[in-house]
Design a protein around this ligand. Structure first.
Ligand code: FES
Ligand SMILES: [Fe+2]
Length: 358
């Protein structure tokens, strides 16, 4: 049953997202179809890719679409991992083969997905045709990262340009994936509740006492981007700040971090030690997978085990997000109001959700 959700353009008069959005299966499924299927997702980074054929699942547990990323002569392709004969999954593990083989009945494709051969198909009319090739979908290569989208409706160029303007100097060539400081969490909360919490610094003095000691909270800024949000704040200590060279925005300021959010579920957090990527993957309407990928700059490591480190802050965030998940089920809660000063990132997020699902 469809109730149209409206979030007023004017934040000062608007109410927040109604609780049925998080609780009703219809809106969950609608968000997967109308938002996640159209979104850009990060597959991996170029340096972590060690083989010619790399199988992965686009948004496991929600969209659940199997693909392979292939690499040949500097060129990447994203192909369906489903054989065009009877639908066998082609690769479960990475492979260095220079052709794509189906182990069910021996069909062969090249690394661009073009059908090459198969045994046992003599006398089959109008065969092979275009539909015997593997489907190919859009890729976007940005810095070290490879993104894909099933149906790229959301334009993220404005966000990537903003990153270039502010962080063109950032040592992207010197960051690399650190498995030991990367983490995956499964939490009992709707994906959007997790994102909302990320999109405001309002809760920092209440929830993150450790982080609050490191930053000048009254400098916390939120900027609305096309299909994204940027937040940043000034560091109390110069040693924790980004080392922004002259000629770039805020070069005279000790910026603690630039927090970029790409609608609907990707967070790129630039710190002085490196880049932390958070990816929020829906599992069902009450459960989400939170992936934290750590990309330290060479000779730096992600700080851990101090009360402002990402692991401590993340635990504090997850606790409150799970409390909200319980709270919105109450028959006495429906929707609230936005703080004009602190919650314009969430207001923008809710307006984007409505734009795409209504
Ligand atoms: S399913 Fe691939 S060759 Fe039959
Ligand atoms: Fe937080």
């Amino acid at each position: 049953m469809l109730k149209k959700i409206s979030i007023n353009k004017d934040i000062s008069t608007s109410k927040t997202m109604p609780s049925f959005y998080y609780l009703d299966d219809y809106y969950y499924k609608r968000s997967i179809d109308k938002i996640f299927k159209k979104s850009w997702q990060i597959i991996t980074d170029k340096n972590s890719l060690k083989s010619r054929i790399y199988p992965f699942i686009f948004l496991k547990d929600s969209v659940n679409e199997p693909f392979i990323l292939t690499y040949k002569d500097g060129d990447y392709k994203c192909l369906s991992n489903v054989c065009t004969h009877r639908g066998n999954l082609l690769y479960l593990d990475q492979s260095n083969s220079n052709k794509i083989f189906c182990n069910y009945h021996g069909r062969i494709f090249d690394l661009n997905g073009k059908f090459i051969s198969c045994p046992g198909f003599d006398n089959v009319k109008n065969f092979p045709s275009k539909s015997d090739d593997l489907n190919q979908i859009k890729l976007k290569i940005w810095k070290n990262f490879i993104f894909n989208s099933l149906d790229p409706v959301f334009n993220i160029k404005g966000i990537l340009d903003d990153i270039e303007n502010r962080l063109g100097w950032y040592p992207f060539n010197n960051i690399s994936y650190d498995k030991s400081n990367s983490n995956t969490y499964i939490i009992d909360a709707h994906w959007a509740i997790y994102c909302e919490n990320y999109l405001e610094g309002f809760h920092v003095p209440f929830i993150h006492k450790g982080l609050n000691k490191d930053i000048e909270l009254d400098t916390y800024s939120t900027e609305i981007l096309n299909n994204g949000v940027l937040q940043y704040t000034i560091s109390k200590l110069k040693k924790n700040a980004l080392n922004i060279p002259n000629g770039y925005i805020n070069s005279n300021k000790n910026i603690y971090a630039y927090y970029y959010w790409i609608f609907p579920n990707i967070m790129l957090n630039f710190y002085s030690w490196g880049l932390s990527i958070n990816i929020i993957e829906p599992i069902n309407k009450n459960k989400s997978r939170i992936r934290f990928l750590s990309y330290p700059i060479a000779n730096h490591t992600q700080p851990t085990k101090i009360d402002s480190s990402l692991d401590a802050v993340e635990e504090e965030d997850q606790n409150v997000v799970c409390n909200v998940q319980q709270g919105i089920k109450s028959q006495f809660y429906n929707r609230g109001r936005y703080s004009v000063k602190h919650e314009k990132g969430i207001h923008h997020f809710h307006r984007l959700i409505c734009k795409y699902i209504n």
